[in-house]
Design a protein around this ligand. Sequence first.
Ligand SMILES: [Mg+2]
Length: 157
Amino acid sequence: MIKINIPGKDETLAIKHLVLDFNGTLATDGRIKPGVAGLLEKLAAQLQVHIVTAGTFGSVDDEVHGIPCVLKILSGADQTGQKARYVEELGAEHTACVGNGRNDRDMLEKAKLGILVIQEEGAAAPCLLAADVVCRDIDSALQLLLQPLRLTATLRT
Ligand SMILES: [Mg+2]
């Protein structure tokens, strides 16, 4: 668990699960970005990492091999709803999520801490107000959890 104190909101975030979108968030063109695996390994020592994806590029299994995580491959319609329900089933109160696409909007809103990343693919505009924080890239997003004082500085009132 990662505990993060947010002054002014009078609460402490207690994050047990980290749910991540794959394409556009952890990966570009289906390939995981350099440095991401190492950051996820560090985070996996403190919380359960989950990767949820439609597997658009078909390379997810190979790309996440060796990363300590739960891999959830989505199929069928309403992937926005499937991602949001996944977060709810884990317990949204204790879950952080990171995504970039329109189908990440509802999980970003439901999770206690929603982080939107822009990167190469860009971020879907409807996600902007659903998220708590917007980061330029996945490295910055994961570092927020590894160095929570950064997050405190961003979210305090
Ligand atoms: Mg995406």
